[in-house]
Write a protein that binds this ligand. Structure first.
Ligand code: AGP
Length: 614
């Protein structure tokens, strides 16, 4: 939920710290700060409530020239967003500073123990116990050894963390560690770097080192990175990772916001994912790490995810059950982790997570792996925890998704789910290779269908006034389109702050119809599919009560055109693939409404891109 950066080397630290925090701001943006070691070995702390841009102004005024430092952009968990609660936090002497991503679950006990030992606290955060514990260890048992001091510190902690610490007594050194929260490091001729994920490092290197939980890395100004494992032993060959994202991918590139850019990138993202996926023996998907016979033996699948990725799971279920005839349970990770789970050796777990760091989803994966279940990850981030911990991982190659609201990852993940379903159907004999190839070629038409919908975004703009001041709205759909309704409603909620409720259209009469009154907005996702006429009946019921109906319908559907107040048209598409296309109208609509309300579509209030705490 937060982003951390660190640097020590030959260049001004503050430049990387601020640029790095700007690319990590999607992880949290209610306050930010840096600690920079000055040439006269004093720690300068600059931090404030608000965005990284506000921090940058204060740093410019402070003229920070030091070449060692750490930085943080925050999504508050303990302690309101404020200057005093912003990271970095320091020890009593002000010569040790720390930044942290995660939650220290036993911070209250630690604060009490530290207070009894004479430490004084200046913030309400859980994080502030870290520099004080480090201070005691550094001055005591660690005898000035930064690595040992950090190891002693984290030995007292419970919860999750990635931490970076700098100390005025040790210019040109940083120590970092991780436990359940992501952190990568890099060694370059200009110095050594640390960051919560690869994004900030894409600007300075094409190769990063991945840390395992409880590794501690010592970064030095000569660019060296020395990694020690949980037992304190030297890791001679830390896991390396080549970054295939260029730095420009994390820039707006002429767009007014990342959400708009990422919506428009969906056709290319899907084309990248489909490239070379159809081989002479069907779908190429070595990532599954399962033989045809192992795949054929799978008799049950759990799909576990959160938020938009959970909606991908709902589509994955439809596709797998329709094509591969294997029973699928789709679970919210946060619920799944506290439910009874029945697995056999023929159960497969698929986790879907754009960031690869969602705590609830990772917990589910770890639980299932502990039960002997094979876990397969569909994710967008190279080297993410999900990718590293799963038995196999399919990268959707959508490129960095910066906007908090997931769009291109959603559609690319649905395509990935379709590929998994086809791979399974061929392996277990439910589909012939010719049938798989036919569906694959239909998938290949999706990018152009999305391009066509994007060309029709003027239709979405027309209906913005209906939602601009609407306190709430209903989103309805049936079959594969119910998921499109759920996802469209989530987008309208999370970026336009309209209370949009999504229901299976058939459910409307069992309660939600009471919401409908004259002028009430109802979005009906009603493409030409086998439940079309049923959904049309729901549209009529809505209209009969004065609703303002916005229909997502298939080109040429005169019946819906005569019924609805507005139609957002989509090209004719197989009903099992139409969700990948129809949702684009609802992404565009939500974005337009949010912009009409003057809202920040990339950083909506209260949210963060990666929910790395449970
Ligand atoms: C999507 O628009 C939301 N930002 C959120 O629901 C997100 O999908 C969810 O937090 C899961 O994230 P993940 O895919 O990175 O696991």
């Amino acid at each position: 939920m937060c982003g951390i950066v660190g640097y020590t080397g030959s260049k001004r630290a503050v430049d990387y710290l601020l640029d790095g925090l700007a690319t990590l701001e999607y992880r949290g943006y209610d306050s930010a700060g840096v600690a920079v070691l000055s040439p006269d070995d004093h720690l300068h702390i600059v931090k404030c409530q608000g965005r990284v841009a506000a921090l940058r102004e204060r740093c410019n005024a402070a003229n920070l020239t030091g070449t060692t430092g750490i930085g943080h952009t925050r999504w508050a968990t303990h302690g309101a967003p404020s200057d005093r609660n912003a990271h970095p936090h320091t020890d009593c002497s002000g010569r040790i500073a720390a930044v942290h991503n995660g939650i220290i679950e036993n911070f209250e006990d630690l604060r009490a123990q530290l207070r009894l030992a004479g430490h004084e606290f200046k913030s309400d955060t859980d994080t502030e116990v870290i520099p004080h514990l480090f201070e005691d260890a550094y001055k005591g048992p660690a005898q000035g050894d930064m690595v040992r001091a950090l190891r002693n510190t984290v030995a007292r902690l419970e919860g999750s963390w990635s931490i970076a610490v700098t100390c005025a007594d040790r210019p040109g050194e940083l120590v970092v560690t991780r436990h359940g929260s992501p952190l990568v490091v890099a060694s370059t001729p200009e110095g050594a770097y640390a960051a919560s994920d690869v994004m900030p490092l894409a600007a300075v290197t094409s190769h990063v080192l991945q840390l395992d939980d409880d590794d501690i890395a010592l970064l030095k100004a000569d660019g060296s990175v020395t990694v020690y494992d949980a037992g304190g032993d030297l890791v001679r060959e830390p896991k390396g990772l080549d970054i295939d994202w260029d730095a420009s991918a994390a820039t707006l590139g002429g767009y007014s916001d990342f959400m708009g850019k990422e919506i428009s990138e969906q056709p290319e993202a899907i084309e990248r994912l489909l490239k070379d996926r159809l081989g002479e023996h069907g779908i190429e998907m070595d990532e599954l790490n399962l033989t045809n016979s192992q795949l054929a033996a799978i008799d049950r699948i759990y799909v576990v995810a959160c938020g938009t990725s959970y909606h991908v799971g709902l589509i994955a279920r439809k596709l797998i059950e329709h094509w591969a005839k294997v029973s699928v349970s789709v679970e919210y990770a946060s619920e799944f982790n506290y439910s009874d789970v029945l697995v056999t050796q023929n159960t497969l777990c698929i986790i879907i997570t754009q960031s690869g760091e969602t705590a609830d989803t990772l917990s589910a994966a770890r639980r299932l792996k502990g039960m002997g279940c094979r876990v397969f990850a569909i994710t967008n981030v190279l080297g993410s925890s999900a990718a590293r911990e799963a038995d196999g991982a399919l990268y959707i190659q959508a490129g960095p998704e910066i906007a908090v609201a997931s769009t291109k990852a959603y559609t690319a993940q649905m395509v990935a789910a379709a590929l998994v379903a086809l791979r399974l159907a061929l392996a277990n004999g439910q589909m012939t290779q010719a049938e798989v190839e036919k569906v694959f070629h239909q998938l290949e038409t999706v990018p152009d269908a999305i391009r066509e919908v994007l060309n029709r975004s003027w239709q979405d703009k027309q209906v913005v006034p209906i939602f601009r001041d609407a306190p709430s709205a209903l989103y309805l759909g049936r079959g594969t389109s119910s998921t499109t309704a759920y996802e469209g409603a989530l987008k309208m909620k999370e970026i336009a702050y309209v209370h949009a409720e999504a229901y299976p259209a058939g459910e409307m009469k069992h309660g939600p119809i009471a919401l409908i009154q004259p002028g009430y907005p109802v979005v009906a996702v009603v493409p030409s599919d086998h439940v079309h006429d049923k959904t049309v009946s729901n549209v009529m019921e809505s209209k009969a009560r004065g609703a303002k109906v916005i229909a997502v319908a298939t080109d040429g559907d005169e019946q819906v055109a005569n019924l609805a107040d507005h139609v957002l048209w989509v090209p004719q598409m197989d009903e099992y693939l139409v969700p990948i296309v129809a949702v684009v109208h609802l992404q565009v609509l939500a974005r337009y409404v949010a912009k009409a309300k003057g809202l920040d579509v990339d950083k909506p209030r209260n949210l963060a891109k990666s929910v790395t705490v449970e």
